[in-house]
Design a protein around this ligand. Structure first.
Ligand code: ZN
Length: 500
């Protein structure tokens, strides 16, 4: 275990809060917001809502509704996510990080520039980490910090009260005040997530330890909005930092921030905070708070699979099946949860690989389900997935590079079953040309050697599991569904790759 850096827990309180500069921005940035955001359209759409009700039948407020539309628009149309830079000179080749350079750009509050190098043409590309929302309206890219800051500015321009929210374990989002509901609403632009505070703890499995909201004139510990089991959080915090020291720091900051406010402004802020404390207080019988529906616990959707994988939410196994070694067949048995690699030399024993993950190249939101009551097993999306979440799994097969190895075609059969509106989308991706060939579930597909580009080195089989209905949408797309048979019964293969 690395030693705990106690100061980290106090530093997120004292860190600079860039939303406090919004009021000093040049007016042209306000105009940019009005040009970029179809605010009028959101308002018109509100007029046409049937009864203006939300999903639960409550009367929807116009400003809350526009916020939901803005979150969606921001993610889908406006901002893009940056993992590492892509080279402009050679068709978007992924660059590698060389170093981070300190800088002091007072115009756009940039203190750090990430420097990338293209592996192909050696060109150097820079990614300055701006903390100026106006500048970000021009670049419109970044990671969660940039996303949240720029989103907060847009809300600020449309007259909302805003906060930047920091999770000490590195994620940033916003809270926007609803005048209608008289409370702060969790809004995460990276995730297009609205009023869904248990997303991190229940969806991402990231415990709420210390979460600080920084507003224009206040700094608040809002951890309790984001935690599902307060006793657990209290225990965890006692190991990490001193609550008294934390509170002293917060008090100091608030005194400084509020010193120039008029008494009516000050009273307004205090009154709102009292209301918020009532909301955050838990009585002992409310130890565990559950997300209200399955949507509340979706996994993280921002960032590429690689980025999420680095945070443990998607799994990269990078296994490649090598078709060089006179391998004739690759089979997967879901009941035994094992792959067998069968060789053309009948005297050579098949290789067995345990676990569906051991043979896959990459997977996201997939798990192996066993239904004991129905005696069935299959791979499906994780239980927390909703209708809109896509589960994906990929296997990679390296083709024989030696021309002396005889083969004419590869036959691929992927079996499974879908229910309701569940879908399993299958395709073959040829590397390195990235050509995609789609094929159908439960039908044998032939990959003919004479139809392949000679430069083809390998191919991936990709399955995407999606849609379905209601709470159990995740169950409506089942890969390799098969009956649990008595132990000694014969193998059943619902995934077969054969080489002829
Ligand atoms: Zn390049």
């Amino acid at each position: 275990m690395p030693p705990i850096d106690y100061n980290r827990y106090y530093s997120i309180i004292t860190d600079h809060n860039y939303i406090r500069h919004f009021g000093q921005y040049d007016d042209r940035y306000r105009q940019t917001v009005h040009q970029l955001i179809p605010w009028k359209r959101f308002n018109e759409d509100f007029e046409h809502l049937p009864n203006n009700d939300d999903d639960d039948g409550n009367q929807m407020d116009r400003r809350d509704y526009c916020l939901i539309r803005l979150l969606e628009y921001f993610k889908q149309e406006l901002f893009s996510w940056v993992n590492s830079l892509k080279c402009d000179d050679c068709n978007g080749k992924e660059c590698t990080l060389l170093n981070c350079r300190r800088t002091n750009d007072s115009e756009y509050y940039c203190q750090m520039i990430e420097v990338y190098k293209c592996p192909e043409c050696s060109a150097i590309h820079e990614f300055p980490r701006y903390n100026h929302a106006g500048r970000l309206l021009e670049t419109r890219r970044g990671r969660c910090g940039e996303w949240a800051l720029c989103f907060a500015y847009i809300c600020f321009v449309f007259g909302y009260d805003i906060r930047m929210v920091n999770h000490v374990d590195d994620h940033v989002w916003t809270e926007i005040y609803s005048d209608h509901q008289k409370r702060w609403l969790h809004c995460d632009p990276c995730e297009n997530s609205f009023d869904n505070p248990l997303l991190y703890e229940c969806g991402w499995k990231k415990p709420a330890t210390l979460i600080i909201a920084n507003g224009m004139y206040e700094c608040r510990d809002v951890t309790w909005r984001y935690c599902s089991e307060w006793r657990k959080t209290v225990r965890l915090r006692s190991q990490l930092f001193d609550e008294n020291r934390l509170q002293t720091l917060i008090d100091q900051i608030n005194r400084r921030l509020q010193s120039k406010l008029s008494s009516s402004e000050y009273n307004g802020i205090v009154e709102r905070w009292l209301g918020e404390m009532v909301e955050l207080i838990r009585t002992p019988d409310q130890d565990i708070r559950q997300p209200s529906d399955s949507k509340a616990i979706q996994g993280r959707i921002s960032g590429s699979i690689e980025w999420r994988q680095s945070r443990g939410e998607s799994k990269h196994c990078y296994h490649e099946f090598d078709l060089n070694q006179l391998c004739r067949q690759i089979l997967y048995d879901c009941q035994r949860d094992e792959y067998s690699v069968v060789y053309s030399d009948s005297k050579k024993k098949s290789t067995i690989m345990k676990g569906w993950q051991s043979g896959c190249y990459e997977s996201c939101h997939i798990f192996r389900m066993i239904e004991h009551d129905w005696q069935m097993c299959y791979l499906s999306r994780q239980r927390y997935c909703g209708q809109k979440d896509i589960g994906s799994i990929r296997w990679r097969f390296r083709l024989p590079s030696n021309h002396s190895i005889e083969w004419n075609r590869i036959s691929i059969l992927v079996q499974g079953r879908t229910y309701e509106s569940g879908v399993i989308e299958l395709c073959i991706i040829l590397e390195p040309c990235k050509t995609q060939l789609s094929f159908n579930l439960n039908e044998t597909f032939h990959l003919n050697r004479n139809e392949l580009h000679p430069a083809t080195e390998c191919f991936d089989i990709q399955a995407k599991l999606m849609f379905g209905e209601g709470e159990i949408a995740w169950q409506h797309a089942q890969l390799f569904r098969q009956k649990l048979l008595p132990k000694n019964d014969s193998h059943q293969h619902l995934f077969t790759i054969s080489i002829d």
